[in-house]
Each structure stands twice: as C-alpha cells, then as structure tokens.
Design a protein. Structure first.
Length: 459
C-alpha cells in the first residue's frame, strides 16, 4: 500500500474510538459476537446468489472454512478495545485483500458482499430492543465506518497485489513464447507429426475410435493447452488451432470406428478430413512462431528452468484451468539431499555442475505441458498438468530412482552420487494455490525428516 495512503487510513482507524462512545461500541460488539454465526450464514447465502461469487465459494473446504473465518473477521472488526493496535487491524484487512487478489476474486464481488453484510447487521440492530432510536442510528454509522475502512484497506492491498500479478502475467506471457523459439518450434512440429503418425497407424490397423490417440492428450496437445495457448493468447491462430483440435477429438475421432467407416470411400474421406485438420494446425502453429522473437527473461541463469518469478502466474493459471475443465494437477517439491556437503567438499563450481545436470535430467522426464522451476539453491518444483495421484507418484518415484543411479560428472572425470527427497500434493480444487504449495512443502519435510531419498504425499 502507498505510504501516504497507509498513513491516512491508519489515522482514520485510530480516530474511531473518539468518534463513538465506549458503551455504544461495547453494545455493538456484543451484538456482533452473539449474531456472528447468523451473519456468516447470511453473508454466505447472499453471496451464493451471485453466479460469479458462487464460482469461488462452492468448493466444500471454502464453505467449511468461510463460516469460521467470517465469524472471526466480524468479531475482530467490532472489537471495542480501547488500546487496540490499529496498525495490526489494518494489516489484517490488507492480508485479506492479498488473498482475494491471489485467488482472483474480483474486488467488486468483495464490495458486493460487504454491502450485503452491512444490511444484515443493520437489520439486527433495528430489531434489537437494547438500542435506543438514537443509538440505532449511531450504531449503523459505526458499522458503516468500520466496514468502509476495512474495504478501503482491502482494496488498496488488492490493487497493489493485482498490479504485481498483472505485470508478472504479461512478462510470463512474453517469456513463455520465447524460451528458445527455434528449438520449441521444431519440438512441437515433431510432436504434432508423431501424433499424426500414431493416428494413421491406428487407423490402418482398423482400431475403434476409443483406441485412437486424442490430439488433446498428446505431447503437442498438452503443450498447446497449457503453454502455447497462453503464450499466444489473443492471436486468431490460437483460436483456429483450438477449434481444429476440438473438431478432431470431439467430431472426427468418435466417428472413425463406426460402421459407415468400413466403406472404402467413406474411410478415405475420413482420413482426408483428419489430415486437413492436422495441416491446419501445422499452418497456424508456423504462423504463431513467426510472429514472435526470442526473450530470455524469467529463466534461471544456471539451470535454464523457470525461475520463482513466474510460479504465482503459472499456479493461478493452472488453478483456473482446473476449475474450468474439471481436471487436476500435482505439485512436486524436490530437494537435493545434503547438497551443502557437496559445496563444502567439492566447491561451489561442482555444486553448480550438479544442479545443471539434475535440471537436465528432470526436464527429460516430464511432458511438454508440465512445468519445471528452480526455486533457489537446491530446491526445485515440478507442476504436472492433467494428472492423477497415481501418475504423479510414478513420476516422482521414477525421478528419485533415476537420480539415485545417475553418475553426476565433476571436473577431472570425477563423478558423484546423490539422492533427492520429494513431496507431492494434488490440487484439490481449492481456489487458493498456496494451500497446494504448503501441502507439497509439508510432504517434502516428511520425506526429509523420515530419512531422505524418498517420496511422500500425494493425497
């Protein structure tokens, strides 16, 4: 929050006790405390009537936690304490604003909820015989003052956090299309061709439509849905590729194994239709790569993996995608065991060589649509898209075994054996991605405290 704005808002918080009498503030606090559960119920009910808000509030854990957190927020806001630390009160509202920005709840939805909550509290004040008519008016004024200051503090923090996220989002959009464009272009060309060859083989073998490889689940499809479409967002070619992929998977492939396809002419036309869609995708993909040039910012200088800079952007994007498509993703946090001893015994140059080789190893073990980050030091993170608990565990265990048997090369033909500890967390649908990251970190801690060189989590 801007320093001048912070001071101005804090000054208003601090003036509240002098504007309203202590007995009135105490009376309102007792009402809020007694009615906190009903107010939380009222707030949740009103917000669920809003279709946009319902998208963020329908998750079962949000339902469960929202009531408790809302009750705590209400009683804290109306606490009449004479010696309150108003800086702490304002900081609390700011943290709430940061969470709203991280979860991407639009601020107008938050303000809509505050307006409804004001009305709810007002109805309780109006019906409480413990207030005189004059006190009812003053109590509503106090409610309005507290709620408005809380919203102002939240909004300022929200705007600041949202601006940071927007800058990171745009930076990532540019970066994600520029991680060595020439190499990525050839890689995706090859991936598209591999899918087409696999499809033609299955067609030649006369397999059913259920056995045909879907382009959306192919290496190319995963890359485009999770990276390419975001990188080239807004380009008409992106929409054309998405439409062609959808037509292949939802229209052409399902009819490929039906009875009419046994007819030679119909079968030939079907193959031509598939080929035409594949050519359309290849053409538009070429156009997309031609429109952009290389940009290297955002990559870890040593390992060439994504840096922490883009973690929040990618996590938020994948949470939104999972919500829209009803899919799940997994986060794998990885630590190289006893890495400090490598630097101490062999020097930092040797440590850097190990980090580079380890990064290359995990990059070769993940799919095109997955993400690999170096968070700093010997800490790495993988985000596996469109996956299951079982698949994430298999990949984690494969990484652990491959690292264990790999001979990491040092200078003068020396080699070194290392191990890794891995924590896994499967995204459970909650809109706040920090919960998934914390779960993965907790699982990693279990793996390290349990003896290292092991995989934990996956729930």
């Amino acid at each position: 929050m801007d320093q001048l704005l912070t001071e101005a808002v804090l000054n208003e918080w601090e003036q509240l006790p002098s504007r309203f009498s202590a007995p009135l503030r105490e009376k309102l606090y007792r009402l809020a405390q007694a009615r906190r559960r009903e107010l939380a119920d009222f707030f949740y009910h009103e917000m669920m009537q809003d279709k946009l808000a319902a998208q963020f509030l329908s998750h079962q854990q949000v339902k469960t936690r929202l009531h408790a957190s809302m009750q705590h927020w209400i009683t804290d806001l109306f606490d009449p304490g004479q010696d309150r630390n108003w800086q702490a009160v304002m900081d609390y509202q700011s943290r709430v604003g940061d969470i709203h920005a991280r979860v991407d709840v639009p601020m107008h939805v938050v303000l809509h909820g505050a307006r409804k909550l004001k009305a709810g509290i007002g109805s309780f004040i109006a019906g409480d015989e413990g207030f005189t008519d004059t006190e009812r008016f003053e109590a509503q004024s106090l409610v309005n003052a507290l709620m408005d200051l809380a919203m102002e503090s939240m909004s300022a923090a929200y705007a600041s956090s949202h601006d940071r996220n927007s800058r990171a989002e745009e930076s990532y959009r540019l970066f994600s299309i520029a991680q060595n464009v020439a190499a990525e272009k050839e890689r995706q060309r090859a991936a598209l061709l591999n899918w087409e060859n696999d499809l033609m083989f299955e067609q030649a073998m006369g397999h059913t439509s259920a056995q045909m490889p879907k382009i959306g689940a192919s290496e190319f499809g995963l890359w485009f849905r999770h990276k390419g479409s975001h990188a080239f967002q807004g380009a008409p070619e992106t929409i054309a590729i998405q439409n062609a992929m959808q037509h292949i998977d939802e229209v052409l492939l399902p009819i490929g194994g039906t009875a009419p396809m046994q007819n030679g002419a119909a079968r030939l036309q079907h193959l031509r239709d598939l080929r035409e869609q594949a050519k359309t995708i290849a053409f538009h993909l070429e156009r997309l790569f031609e429109q952009h040039s290389e940009l290297e910012s955002g990559r870890d200088a040593l390992t060439r993996l994504l840096s922490r800079k883009f973690l929040s952007v990618v996590m938020a994007k994948e949470v939104a995608y999972a919500r829209r498509s009803n899919t799940r993703f997994a986060v794998l946090t990885i630590d190289i065991d006893h890495f400090k001893s490598i630097n101490d015994q062999y020097g930092h140059e040797a440590g850097d060589m190990v980090l580079q080789q380890f990064a290359a190893l995990i990059n070769n073990l993940i799919r095109a649509g997955d993400y690999a980050f170096r968070l700093g030091g010997e800490e790495f993170l993988l985000l596996m898209v469109d996956t299951t608990k079982e698949a994430a565990l298999r990949v984690a265990e494969k990484i652990r075994k491959e690292v264990e048997k790999e001979a990491f090369r040092l200078r003068q033909d020396h080699t070194l054996r290392i191990t890794v500890s891995i924590g896994i967390a499967l995204h459970d649908g909650h809109p706040d991605y920090m919960r998934t990251l914390r779960s993965a970190d907790e699982a990693l801690y279990e793996a390290k405290s349990g003896g290292r060189n092991r995989v934990m989590g996956g729930g």
